[in-house]
Write a protein that binds this ligand. Structure first.
Ligand SMILES: [Fe+2]
Length: 228
C-alpha cells in the first residue's frame, strides 16, 4: 500500500469515526445497561433486516469486480455473510424471540429506508463505491461488537455462546473484510474524483445504519419514555 494512500484511508477512517455508530444514543444506552429488554428485542427485529440484506449487497458488489482476485475475495466474504442471518436469529432466541416473531415483523420506515439506501449505492454506483459502502459500516463493526458483548453479558443476562456467537464472530471477521476492502480502495480509487466518490459512498453507508438506529431509538426508547 502506498504511503499517500494509507494516509488518505486513515484520514477517511477518522472522519467516519466522527460519527461512529458507538456514539449513537441507542448504542450509548446499550453500553450503560439502560435499555429495556423490550427495546433490545425491538432493535433485534429491525437490525435483522440489515443482516439479511448484507449477502445480496456483497453479491452485487462482487458482480462488478474487475479482477479474479477481487471476485474471489468478495466471494469468501459472501460465503461468510450468508451464515450470519442464522446467528442473528440465535441471538434473538436468547432474548426470547421466536423465529416466527422475525417473520411476522413489519420493519420501521427508517429501517426500510436504510436498507434501500444501501441497495441503491451498490446497485447504482461504481464497483469501488460499492466496496466503499461495505467498508463504511463494516470498519466499525468489530469495535461495536466488542461493546455489545460487554453490555449483553454485564447488564442483560445474555451469556450463552449460542446467543453471543453473532457478535463473537463479528469481533474479528470484519477486520478481515475491512482489510480486503481497503486493499481494493487503494488500488481502484486512483484519481481525486474516485476518492471523493469513495468518501461519499462510505459516509452514506454509515449514515444509513445510523438512520436505522434513529428509528429504533425513536420507537423503542423515546416513545416508551413519553408513555411512561
Ligand atoms: Fe456479517
Amino acid at each position: 500500500m502506498k504511503r499517500s494512500s494509507q494516509i488518505w484511508l486513515k484520514e477517511l477512517e477518522a472522519e467516519l469515526a466522527s460519527r461512529h455508530l458507538l456514539h449513537h444514543s441507542f448504542y450509548e444506552k446499550w453500553a450503560e445497561g439502560a435499555l429495556s429488554r423490550d427495546a433490545l428485542r425491538g432493535y433485534t427485529k429491525e437490525y435483522c433486516q440489515l443482516v439479511d440484506a448484507i449477502p445480496a449487497l456483497v453479491r452485487t458488489v462482487q458482480t462488478k469486480a474487475p479482477t479474479p482476485e477481487m471476485v474471489a475475495g468478495l466471494g469468501e466474504n459472501l460465503r461468510e455473510e450468508k451464515e450470519h442471518p442464522e446467528l442473528w436469529l440465535r441471538f434473538g432466541e436468547a432474548l426470547g424471540l421466536s423465529r416466527r416473531d422475525f417473520l411476522q415483523h413489519t420493519p420501521l420506515p427508517e429501517t426500510t429506508e436504510a436498507v434501500s439506501t444501501l441497495r441503491r449505492i451498490v446497485e447504482d454506483r461504481s464497483f469501488v463505491e460499492g466496496v466503499a459502502a461495505l467498508w463504511g459500516f463494516e470498519s466499525q463493526v468489530p469495535e461495536v461488537s466488542e461493546k455489545k458483548i460487554e453490555g449483553l453479558t454485564t447488564f442483560y443476562g445474555i451469556t450463552s455462546p449460542r446467543g453471543l456467537e453473532y457478535f463473537e464472530v463479528h469481533r474479528t471477521i470484519d477486520q478481515k473484510h475491512t482489510a480486503m476492502e481497503e486493499n481494493i480502495l487503494v488500488s481502484e480509487a486512483r484519481t481525486p474524483e474516485d476518492r471523493k466518490a469513495v468518501e461519499s459512498a462510505a459516509k452514506a453507508a454509515r449514515d444509513a445504519v445510523w438512520r436505522l438506529l434513529d428509528g429504533v431509538y425513536r420507537h423503542h426508547v423515546l416513545a416508551r419514555q413519553q408513555l411512561g
